[in-house]
Write a protein that binds this ligand. Sequence first.
Ligand SMILES: CC(C)(COP(=O)(O)OP(=O)(O)OC[C@H]1O[C@@H](n2cnc3c(N)ncnc32)[C@H](O)[C@@H]1OP(=O)(O)O)[C@@H](O)C(=O)NCCC(=O)NCCS
Length: 327
Amino acid sequence: MWVWLFSVGEGKGAIAHLPSIAASLRGMKLKPSESLKIDTFSMRIGDIEGVELDRLHALSLAVGWPHRAEDWQFLRESGHGFVALDEIGRVLGSAMWFAHGADFATVGMVITSPRLQTLGAGQWLMKRVFDKVGGRDLRLNATRAARRLYLSLDFLPEKTVYQCQGIAHAQTMGGSTETRGDIRALDTRDVPSVIALDAMGFGVRRAALIEKLFAHSAGYGLFKGDTLNAFALCRPFGRGHVVGPVVAESDTEAVAVVRPHVTDHSGSFLRIDTHMDNGEFAAFLSHAGMPVFDTVLTMSMGKRLSDFAVGRATGPMTYALASQTLG
Ligand SMILES: CC(C)(COP(=O)(O)OP(=O)(O)OC[C@H]1O[C@@H](n2cnc3c(N)ncnc32)[C@H](O)[C@@H]1OP(=O)(O)O)[C@@H](O)C(=O)NCCC(=O)NCCS
C-alpha cells in the first residue's frame, strides 16, 4: 500500500522548463541554478524481512549508528519490524519490536532518514508498530532526538541509561578481586540458569532472546556452590564488542563477572550500557577504559519499571542492558 505522507517544496517550474533551460545553458546564456526544490514524494510500508541488509545498514549509518549488517541480521532474527520505502525501494525509515510473551515488548531501531525528519514519518512508523504489539506493555530506550516523539505517543520517562565505551584497559580496571564464590566461563548447560536470573533482573522472562544472545556470546558466571548468582555475556557488536546483559545482586558481583571480559578484550573497543550512575560498578567501568560516552532514556508505556520490580534494593538487578534496542 502506498501512503502519500507529505510534500516538500513547491518548485514545479524547475522541472517544467528543463528543455528550455538546457537550450539556454548550451548557448551559455544562463548559469545553472545553485539549488533545486524537490517536489512531492510518497512512501509505502514494507516488512523488514524483505529488505536487503545493506539497505538497512545504510539507513543506520546515515544517522551515525555503529550497527554492522550482522547486527541488523541478529535483530531481524530476534524480532519484527517495518520499513518505509520510497518509489524505487530505498529504505527511508525503520521501526522494530521484540515481543516477550503476550503482555510485553521492547521497541527499537526507530530511524528516519535525516532528510525526512520532523515531518511525521517517525509517528507514522510507530503507529504501525502499535497496531501490531496489541496492547502489550512497552519499553524502549530513547535517544535525545527521539524523546519528543515518544512523549507525544504517551511513553513515560523512567531511568537514564549510560552508554559507556572505549578501549578496554585490564591494567587499570581496579575493583575488588575478592568475591565469595567461583567465577567460570559459562557453557550451554548454564542457559536455563541464565534465563531465570535475567528474568529476575529484567522483570520479564525472555527465554528465546537469551538463548540467541548466548549462542553469539562468551559468558562468565559467579557460582556459589552449583547456584548461578551473577553473569555477564559479551558479543561482537558495532565497533568492537558489547558486554550485556549483566545481572548481579551487588556492584561487587557485577564487577566480578565483567572483569574477565575486560581482560579478554584489553586493548580493543568495548561498550556497556548501564542504568548505574555511581558506586563501585560505575567507577570500575571508567577505570577499565569505558567512560560515559552518551546517555539515552528508558521510557515505558503501560506498566512502569517499578511494576516489574526492576531496580529494587535487593535481589538480582540488571547491571547492563543486552543493548539499547533490546533493553
Ligand atoms: C527520532 C526520529 C526517529 C524521529 O523521527 P521523525 O520522523 O523526525 O519523527 P516525527 O517527524 O514523526 O516527529 C514526531 C515528533 O517529534 C518532533 N521532533 C522530531 N524530531 C525533532 C527534533 N530534532 N527536534 C525537535 N522536535 C523533533 C516532531 O516535531 C514531532 O512533534 P509533535 O508531535 O509535537 O509535532 C528521527 O529523528 C531519527 O531517526 N533520529 C536518529 C535516530 C534516533 O535517534 N532514533 C531514535 C531511537 S530511540
